[in-house]
Design a protein around this ligand. Structure first.
Ligand SMILES: Nc1nc2c(ncn2[C@@H]2O[C@H](COP(=O)(O)OP(=O)(O)OP(=O)(O)O)[C@@H](O)[C@H]2O)c(=O)[nH]1
Ligand SMILES: [Mg+2]
Length: 522
């Protein structure tokens, strides 16, 4: 069946709303993209946008179906079906326990019965119905919970296909939910983050984004930009009205917008850690105890440990969990002068890895103190990198306080560092190390993000925020000096960039690309 997109009622060919600045909005070649933009604008601009909007609805004509659970045998498999009038298929393929059809299908009902292929009952199933107002996609939908045999679910899908449905594309349910205004683009993007979350922190951040945290924050900023833009445009459009601009107030609200954008941008680094995990590399002189620390943090004897210098020749890695953060931890070959080509390659790899890490864990043998070689190695570490100096083997010394002072002094030119005392052999100091690790990455003592508002985790959002931020910075001097046309242009551009995050002004090809990365059934 071909795919068609239908509109109810008239599309808004003419738009007189002042802030409707989307190119082509009044053109007869009114594409799906712009159509979506207008629907979305109405919700995001609140009442001000309503003046140019007719109540419309956009939906797909065809019915899609797919299995939502993974392939292979399982207790239950779930098959999803969505599309306008898809309940008519239920009439053709489902009989209740008493072998009768459902007389009057209602939303949010659970029915027990049989999927029929002609006269044959294929499986006894539970059927759940969702009306278009209450479904995820915004369309009439239903779900079939059948027995989790690959064969049975395939047979049911074949029956659905025979009765007019087609197989769903990856992410098509979410795409329909977006196009029907049930979720915005940032919420849709969070769906796969929730599905793929591997740590508690990444699950919390993704689920918060799914519940609209990013959307709400972006909309708050957009409202402020919009208010400012309306005031500036009033001055441009009605010079005869003799409105006197309150430049001071404008500059104040611009500064507030700027700082809101900056704190969202700052959340990205943390957000990336939540989402992608953190890369941390143990580096330091031979025999300082890197492999022992690696094993202690991993809780497994994975790396070979010995008192022979140069035991580790190549790097090893493992995924560990530090207070809810997924961390890829690397153990590397010890740094020392050598002419052995294999060891030279090992130390080169160690340096390369540390340069690509989010955190460098420089390991010192506390019983040997801070040598010139250690100083040289530490000096070579990029000053902007997060650094934890681990004073290992503190069981061999009476007190580490003098050494800690010496290192603090030595590191005073750096910003992002911590010092952690540890005895990897005795497994002491690990909790303190974990706390240092978290507070270095989050600037907080605990890893909890309960009090954080929106956290940006998505590269696309970050790039758009960067652009919107630049537009705001650009608009400052123009607004201050009364060059209002250019100031308004920059404010509009920034509104567009913010609208791209939530999907109000996002090009169709970008939308398609986003949803094509989803799994089938989502
Ligand atoms: N007393 C004491 N000994 C330790 C501690 N940590 C490691 N060691 C010992 O130090 C020696 C070297 O440990 P490794 O973990 O192999 O050191 P490394 O830094 O990986 O060494 P290379 O792989 O050669 O670079 C071993 O004999 C360990 O048992 C510690 O906390 N206390
Ligand atoms: Mg080692």
């Amino acid at each position: 069946m071909g795919r068609r997109i239908l509109r109810e009622k008239n599309p808004p060919h003419m738009c007189h709303f002042k802030n409707c600045h989307f190119r082509g909005a009044n053109s007869p070649r009114f594409t799906l993209t712009y159509y979506v933009i207008f629907r979305k604008m109405r919700s995001s601009l609140g009442t001000s946008g309503k003046s140019c909007m007719k109540q419309e609805r956009l939906y797909y004509e065809d019915v899609i179906c797919s299995k939502a659970t993974p392939s292979g045998a399982s207790a239950i498999a779930v098959i999803r079906v969505s599309g306008d009038n898809c309940w008519s298929i239920i009439d053709k393929i489902f009989l209740r326990k008493n072998r009768k059809k459902i007389e009057n299908i209602k939303s949010h009902k659970v029915y027990y019965g049989f999927i029929m292929d002609g006269k044959d009952a294929i499986d006894s199933v539970v059927l759940i119905t969702f009306g278009k107002d209450k479904s995820f996609t915004g369309e009439e939908s239903f779900e079939i919970d059948c027995h989790g045999s690959e064969l049975i679910s395939q047979m049911i899908i074949n029956i659905l296909l025979k009765n007019g449905a087609r197989l769903a594309d990856p992410g098509e349910y979410s795409k329909r939910a977006f196009l029907n205004g049930k979720i915005d683009l940032s919420e849709a993007e969070a769906i796969m983050d929730v599905v793929n979350a591997s740590t508690k922190q990444s699950a919390i951040v993704a689920s918060r984004q799914l519940n609209g945290a990013v959307r709400d924050e972006i909309n708050r900023i957009k409202d402020s930009v919009s208010t400012l833009l309306t005031a500036v445009e009033a001055l441009i459009d009605y010079p005869e009205e003799d409105i006197s601009p309150d430049v001071e107030e404008w500059m104040e609200s611009l500064a507030l917008i700027n700082s809101n954008l900056e704190s969202l941008l700052l959340s990205f680094e943390r957000g990336r850690f939540f989402r992608e995990g953190v890369r941390a590399t143990l580096i330091g002189k031979t025999n300082s105890g890197k492999s022992t620390i690696f094993n202690s943090l991993l809780n497994e004897d994975k790396a070979i440990v010995s008192d022979i210098h140069g035991t580790t020749r190549d790097y090893l890695d493992a995924i560990i969990n530090i207070k809810g953060f997924g961390v890829r931890l690397y153990d590397t070959a010890g740094l020392r002068y050598t002419t052995d080509p294999v060891e030279m390659e090992g130390t080169k790899r160690a340096v390369d890895l540390s340069q690509n890490s989010d955190v460098i864990l420089y390991v010192l043998d506390a019983s040997l103190g801070l040598s010139e070689e250690d100083k040289k190695n530490i000096m070579e570490i990029d000053k902007n990198k997060n650094l934890i100096v681990i004073l290992n083997k503190i069981d061999l010394i009476k007190s580490a306080s003098a050494l800690t002072d010496e290192i603090t002094d030595f590191l005073s030119i750096r910003k992002n560092f911590k010092i952690s005392e540890m005895s990897a052999k005795n497994r002491t100091g690990i909790e303190l190390f974990n706390n240092n690790f978290i507070s270095l990455l989050t600037n907080r003592q605990d890893a909890g993000i309960e009090h954080e508002s929106a956290v940006i985790t998505n590269e696309r959002h970050k790039n758009l925020l960067d652009k919107a931020h630049k537009n705001i910075i650009n608009s400052f001097p123009y607004l201050r000096d009364g060059i209002l046309d250019i100031a308004a242009f920059e404010l509009r551009e920034s509104l567009d960039r913010l609208g791209e995050i939530t999907g109000e002004v996002t090009r169709e090809d970008i939308i398609n690309k986003i949803f094509s990365n989803f799994c089938v059934g989502k």
